[in-house]
Design a binder for this molecule. Sequence first.
Ligand code: NAP
Ligand code: MG
Length: 464
Amino acid sequence: MKAHDGMYIGGRWLPAAGPDTIAVVNPADEQVIAHVPAGTAEDVDAAVRAAREAFPAWAATPPAERAAHLEALRDELTRRADEIAGTVTAELGAPPVLAQRVHVGLPLRVAGSYAELAASYSFEERINNSTVLLEPVGVVGAITPWNYPLHQIVAKVAPALAAGCTIVLKPAEDTPLTAQLFADAVHDAGLPAGVFNLVTGLGPVAGQALAAHEGVDLVSFTGSTAVGRQIGATAGAAIKRVALELGGKSANVILPSADLARAVSHGIANVMSNSGQTCSAWTRMLVHKDQYDEAVALAAAAADRFVPGEQVGPLVNAKQQQRVRAYIETGVAEGARLVAGGPAAPFETGYYVSPTVFADVTPEMTIAQEEIFGPVVCVLRYEDEQDAVEIANGTVYGLAGAVWAGEDAEAAAFARRIDTGQIDINGGRFNHLAPFGGYKQSGVGRELGPHGLAEYLQTKSLQF
Ligand code: NAP
Ligand code: MG
């Protein structure tokens, strides 16, 4: 595949400071498809300087003009939609339909939404005798994961640019080619030099250097809770703004009045999509004891309809495949009952894991507590509504969830008792304008829509 051998800094592709490279692997066939440079602290420093230099003029650009730039960027991404989808399939392993509809479709909508918000957002408000100015925070250091390579980038870059911030991106080492295509789109859209900069590289090297750089005013990170904790500590020590979008272990609560078959089949599809590599996936299915056996049978049958290599792609790399298979073995060892899938890999080549469903999972088991990040669903039994609330809230996470009931009002009343950032009521659709982010250890801050824009703004009050 096509790859740049440099970093996109200050509006140009510059040679990397060091000689090291990262091999990009197709997880479906384990073949190396490209190499990209592995950035160092020196590359990060050059990128942050370029972003700082570009900041004053970009911050002073009228919001309507920033909106026009974002619209041009959205159009360039649209023009490249097929190429981006093919790249996401090649470096992440996403099935082509998923790549087109979700991996490309969603970020196009998000980019468009920030073009509109930049134009319509009120960057000034009146409170009594004060005029409050909402000003851009400054230079943003963005660190993104591989699970939705383009979406994770757009969900940070678009609101940052809309707010008037400039940005340096360190994308995941597993999916740098999508990030390079994004930089190409920024360039061809004619955005001013330095407002967006890209440094490919390894987390502990380039990512760490970016998070710790004193020229960065706000760090926005999406990824594991372990790395997020470290980045939060680094940012805290420097009194720097930080947004953390971390893991999840979300509950799919099926109340007795719900359409059981519909709730179960949606729940399984939600987890199997993207091979379970979605932080907001509903990986714990909670079913009333009287409906438990029927739900387990429905869940097993639904999972079996997701065929590896067809509806379900591989995991991103060998390490994630091993990690997920080890969790499945732990589930068996702790006494959960496999009703679909299992630890054996379905193919010799490619990092595939069989769609797996566990029954007889109890809330304290490892597989019910820890984020697995693979196509694995745990079905738990609850006694009554209070028990369901306690199980749903009984992890360190609080990112997403679902509630199903005969009536929306019953499901919504239950949802108020759940400590989590977003809940889908009776299969409610994903809304790319609604705030997305976590309670508890699922994170700090919100992405998407006007709430996502506000993360990149700080207030200045003028008293009259
Ligand atoms: P990760 O290590 O947290 O990676 C996320 C991003 O942070 C990547 O760009 C990574 O670079 C970078 N990074 C790693 N160590 C860093 C450091 N010390 N300082 C600064 N940046 C650093 O996540 P992962 O290893 O890809 O996946 C591990 C687990 O994280 C998954 O199993 C899953 O549980 C969770 N995860 C959650 C999400 C989510 O959306 N919430 C997304 C992906 C993964 P490299 O690419 O070089 O590692
Ligand atoms: Mg990592």
